[in-house]
Structure formats: C-alpha cells, structure tokens
Design a protein around this ligand. Sequence first.
Ligand SMILES: [Fe+2]
Length: 428
Amino acid sequence: MGKGSNGGHENIFTMEATPIKYGPGASEEVGWELKRMRVGRVMLVSDPGIVASGIAPHIRELIEAEGIEVEVWDGSRVEPTADSLQAAADFARDGNFDGFVAVGGGSSIDTAKVSDLIATHGGEIMDYVNAPVGGGKKPPSPLKPLLAVPTTAGTGAEATTVAILDIPDQKVKTGISHQYMRPDRGVVDPMLTVTMPSSVTSSCGLDVVCHAAESYLTRPYDQRPKANNPDDRPPYQGANPIADMWSAKALEYGGKYLRRAVHNGDDVEARGHMMLGATLAGVGFGSAGVHIPHACAYPIAGLKHVYEPQGYPKDHPFVPHGWSVIVTAPAAFRFTYDAMPERHREVAELLAGEKIQNADENTLPEIIIQLMKDIGAPKGVRELGYDESDIDALVEGAMKQQRLLVGAPKDVTEDDLANILRESMENW
Ligand SMILES: [Fe+2]
C-alpha cells in the first residue's frame, strides 16, 4: 500500500464554509458587504411575498445607497422547476450583472445559484443537473459573487453547494451540486423571519433537524472509496470530525429552540437560534451529506402534487421540503441503528438535551416523533397524499438518488426502502 493509503478507502476530507455574518439587524449591512465584494451591478433574486413584505425593497435601497445598481427578479417560486429557473437564468444572462444577491427562502437562494451559474458559464440548466437525470456537467471555474440573505430558518442554502429543482415531466426532484455553487457570503438576520407563519417555522425547523441527524449518521468519509483525483471527490464526503461539530450544534439548537420558535413567533432568541442552526446544519450536511430521508423526500415531493400546506402560497399544491424529509426519518433511523448504535444515541441525546441510558433502535425515532407531534407536523406519508399502492413508485424515485443513498451508513435495497416507506405511512 502506498503512502497514506487506507485500504482503497478515502483518507482525505475538506472543510469549506460560507463566511456568515449573523445577528438581529445584520441585514442592514448588506450594502457594505456587497461593496467589499467589488460588484457594481447586481441581480437581486427574490419572490413576490418577500417583495410585498417590504424586505426585498429595503435591501435594494441599502445596496443602492452604496452606489451599486440593482435589478430585482421576483419570479422565484417555492420548489423551483427547470422552467421557472430558466426564466431567471435568461434574465441573468441578458442583464450583464457582475454579482448576485438572494433574498428569500431556499428557493430564492437556489434560483440565484442557478442564475449565477448560467450567466457565468452559459449552457442549458439540464447540462449541469446531476446525472442520470441531467448531464452532470461541472462548472469549469468559480461563479460571479453571490451574497445570500435567508428569510427562513431551514434549508441552509446559504451554506450549501446544491440547488434543488423539480423536473415535472420526469416526476423527479434533483439538483445541481458542485463546490462552486456555494454562495460567497451569507447574512443571517433573525429579524427577517419574524413574520413567518408557524407552520413554515415548523417545516423549516424539522428540515434543520433532519439534515443534522442524517449528516451525523452518514457513512464516514474513511469508509468510502478513495477518489481517483480531487475533481472526483464528491461535495458530500461522509461523516468527518469537522462536519460532526456543526451537525451536533444544530441538533442541540433544534431540540432546545424549535418548539419555542413555532409556538411564539415573537421569541427572537428561539428564532435566532433556529436560523443559526439552519446555517450550522447547512455547513454540516454540505460537508457530510444526507441520505435515506432526503432520498425518499424527492419522490414524496415530486410524484404527486395534491397536498395543500398551511401558511404557504396557495397557487400550487406541494409538499413543503421539511415535511417531505421528516416523515420517513423515524423509520429510516430505526433501520440504520445497528450500523452505528452509539452515534444514534448521541443524536438522541443532543436532541433531548440530556444523557440517555439504555438506548435502543426506537430511542431516536421516538424523540423525533415527539418533536413532530409537538409542532404540528404531518403524521406520515399518507397525510401527504400517498398510500400503499404508491410504494413501488416512491421506491423507484428514491433509488434514483444514489448520490444520496451511498451515504447511508449501511447498504439500502429496494425492499429496505419499501419497508421504511410502509412504516412511515403513519408515525403515530
Ligand atoms: Fe433538506
């Protein structure tokens, strides 16, 4: 074996994180931040709700006050599709921008990432979408500067290397993932989420908890095949000591603050910690990766569009991302328990905020289920519009997410996924 070899397994991981400015009122410094990024003309990507709330117009004024030109694109939609992204990308390509600002939830941040990609490198969106759904093309060099200003506490999109999109004609959700998709800076201001409906806080917060738990329970980087060259090393590298720290802190915050943030929208301390938790979890899962619940979430969100969530725009039925991931988490972690029992106990302890004696495969699932009940999450996959007759199609959709499933701490078969989905029809 050669120098530093590990029996054909990976022995290298990297630590990368978006520089983040955090605090109540931090968004007042957006103009100052952009000036330091040396941009003169930016596309501000947002959505109609954030524009109507006054947040996007205020940020625009702050940027213009620094002498930077701003064009607002307010066409981001929840759960972007390749078509809705194409319109933003066309606007970006024609606009001659030298920088991008995203103000909104994960959808606006992802729309800005894709707009930046196409404006910088050209081509079609599908060229860059992960194979086998898209061409899997890698951007050849870094993109133009992107500053992300999240207004929800969930996706951690300000810290991650992925943009998620829906491909309706293939009934699949997938993504574009590459290191260069990571925003250059993030400004995280809890005051921007104060008007968020409690159901949105709940769904986004469960996404944070799920990201962090999955990342902590992913197959470690040094139990994966070694990359042939640095370019082939995936953004999702597997559990590693640095990702663990970020994920652990996010789990602690989720356990401690999510109930409070949902039940009292004015609790700025709780909202602030959930927002920070979303960013921490974004760094953690951006490094380690997510696996079974997120793989199942793609077909759950992509296959049927019948669920009408409370607190979201009423223009199209869809399953909010946080609901789509959390519903299979209890069964997924019951399944993965025997691959790393100690780490499952650690996740349970971080969420519970106390030491747990005699943990078993049901300990972590029960803690997650209690949290779901306490903050009004759906009971399971059935409530989102599916029944047993859909399991084969859901399994097929989840199996397409091999990029994620390779991160599960043990091998996952179609039968395993079918069992997990069946158990997840009702969690209580
Ligand atoms: Fe997620």
